[in-house]
Design a protein around this ligand. Structure first.
Ligand code: AMP
Ligand code: TRP
Length: 332
């Protein structure tokens, strides 16, 4: 069976952008793949973190993934730091990945900004750790957003050059599953910016834990334009805020934007927004409820993570052993 691996950073609470753009697809992929999902806390350390908050965010993100439908009996769910193989393989790969490859990474350039000399080594080598995450499980498919495509390309290069250098068929070249059908959810305040946990305004996003009143208020205040909704998708061109709300409605109800517009074409935003708020509240309520239940039982969540880590080690440890052997490490 093909194996998927994906990771998500525990850097803030999950919002519907993460859910509709990534996690909801992961939930579905569990049916057709042997799936491994990782809360990548070591990656989170590449940016300054409050230690207590990071610890809490790791457990909370794991609980959110479970509440959203990641089934820890069928799939493996664990925290990156609890499986040493990730760090070990990252080191081994850092000895076969040329600086030139890392220098091309646009995410590093964006995140380091002008203060390149002060940027941490970990931020620079972030993509090597990501390659280790994936290849420690010999994963064949990686569902990621468009923004991670370059990192995955690097993963393939590292896998290929390792195999070539040592004359082995050790690592597969994992295929990106760019979540093409996945929704790119934009900020509720600015239709040209991605909905993001780093936006200063909480009104820019719907968090997975927002209650019905908050959701209704956020959609009411969401930026739109004065025109009523068009009756065909073409009419959304040049109207990014309107397009975003229609996209969210379509994704939540699992229908096309054309179908949304057949129903709401000609309607005022006030009507549409209130229907959208009801839909979002009823879709998210079961997830938020389950999340609250899980957060009341932290031992259960930690137990799932512990069990996930043990199963993950069962796959990754032999891969590390083989890799070390190939590279000439004397194992006693
Ligand atoms: P992040 O929390 O930014 O690391 O993102 C975690 C996952 O959610 C990644 O797969 C992203 O591609 C996805 N994601 C984040 N923000 C959005 C958004 N506004 N719309 C769609 N997908 C998103
Ligand atoms: N870099 C990814 C992101 O920011 C998270 C990530 C870490 C990941 N390791 C991974 C994604 C391995 C897929 C596979 O979204």
């Amino acid at each position: 069976m093909n194996r998927i691996f994906s990771g998500i950073q525990p850097t803030a609470k999950m919002h519907i952008g993460n859910y509709l753009g990534a996690v909801r697809h992961w939930v579905r992929l569990q049916d057709s793949f042997d799936a491994i999902f990782c809360v990548v806390d070591l990656h989170a350390l590449t940016q300054p973190q409050d230690p207590a908050e990071l610890r809490q965010a790791t457990r909370e993100l794991a609980a959110t993934l479970m509440a959203a439908g990641i089934n820890p009996e069928r799939s493996i769910l664990f925290a990156q730091s609890s499986v040493a193989a990730h760090s070990e393989l990252a080191w081994l790969f850092s000895c076969v990945a040329p600086l030139g490859w890392l220098n091309r990474m646009t995410q590093f350039k964006e995140k380091a900004g002008k203060k390149r000399e002060q940027a941490m080594l970990g931020l620079y080598s972030y993509p090597v750790l990501m390659a280790a995450d994936i290849l420690a499980y010999l994963a064949t498919h990686v569902p990621v957003g468009e923004d991670q495509k370059q990192h995955l390309e690097l993963t393939r290069e590292i896998a290929g050059s390792f195999n070539h250098r040592y004359g082995v068929e050790m690592f597969p070249l994992p295929e990106p599953q760019i979540l093409g059908s996945a929704t790119r959810v934009m900020s509720l305040r600015d239709g040209s910016a991605k909905m993001s946990k780093s936006d200063a305004s909480d009104y820019s996003r719907i968090n997975m834990t927002d209650d019905a009143d908050t959701i209704a208020q956020k959609f009411r205040k969401a930026k739109t334009d004065p025109e009523p909704l068009p009756s065909e998708p073409d009419g959304l061109e040049g109207r990014p805020e309107a397009a975003n709300l229609v996209t969210i409605f379509a994704a939540l109800s699992d229908i096309s934007t054309a179908d949304v517009l057949t129903r709401f074409g000609g309607a005022q935003f006030s009507t549409f927004k209130s229907e959208l708020a009801d839909l979002a509240a009823s879709s998210l309520a079961p997830i938020a409820g389950e999340l609250r239940r899980l957060l009341d039982d932290p031992d259960y969540v930690d137990g799932v993570l512990r069990d996930g880590a043990a199963r993950a080690r069962g796959i990754a440890d032999p891969v590390i052993a083989r890799t070390q052997e190939i590279m000439g490490i004397h194992r006693v």
